[in-house]
Ligand binder design. Structure first.
Ligand SMILES: [Zn+2]
Length: 213
């Protein structure tokens, strides 16, 4: 297709979609999460020393969230996993988000939960450079979810707390159900899945999905 033809096609698309390309785009960027740890300041003090401050390494797409230079070893009755990344800032409660296959390595069956929903979850041992912490709860496999603003929710016709089905294209594409909508003003539009879910459908952090409901 020549340059001119491409331009004509683009203009036609603009006319067809009411003059706004952005509005017509209903795709949602994918964010892929590997296993990671959120810490309370109390746990951070024990693991790294009193008053320790996390070292921000890379900003994440959700406002105010960042990956830290610091990592920890997590240990269960069957085995340990080294170099698990800490995400900042510190939270009121420590939480460890692992992959489904990590449950076998560690010997602990973690339930699928939304971040922060920790009642009745199993604990795990965290090992840092200055000490270790035995968490009595907080080990989860995170439930896939989509962050968005209330304006995005209106645009997609969904509500905070609603579960939707998402569709991925490509040769390994398919659908995932039970994807929780998390709509609030502190969010940026992004669908969060873990590395196992991403690999299963050959998705990466440059991929996009759509909601099919
Ligand atoms: Zn998320």
């Amino acid at each position: 297709m020549g340059k001119y033809d491409a331009l004509v096609e683009l203009l036609l698309a603009v006319v067809k979609e009411g003059g706004d390309i952005k509005e017509a785009d209903n795709s949602i960027p994918v964010g892929v999460s590997n296993r990671h740890i959120h810490l309370s300041q109390t746990a951070l003090n024990t693991l790294f020393g009193e008053g320790y401050q996390l070292t921000a390494m890379k900003d994440l797409s959700q406002p105010g969230q960042y990956a830290c230079k610091e990592t920890l070893t997590i240990a269960g009755p069957k085995g340990a996993i080294e170099k698990v990344r800490i995400l900042g800032p510190v939270r009121s409660e420590s939480q460890v988000e692992i992959l489904q296959s990590d449950c076998f390595k560690l010997g602990i069956a973690a339930p699928v939960r939304l971040s922060g929903d920790l009642d009745g979850t199993p604990g795990i041992t965290l090992i840092g450079p200055k000490g270790s912490v035995i968490l009595s709860k907080g080990l989860i496999v995170v439930q896939r979810h989509i962050h968005m603003t209330p304006e995005d929710a209106k645009r997609f016709g969904v509500q905070d707390g609603e579960k939707v089905t998402i569709q991925a294209g490509g040769l390994r594409g398919g659908t995932y159900s039970n994807v929780m909508i998390r709509a609030n003003n502190a969010s940026a539009l992004e669908c969060h899945i873990d590395t196992e879910e991403a690999n299963a459908m050959n998705l990466s952090s440059t991929s996009k999905i759509t909601i099919v409901k």
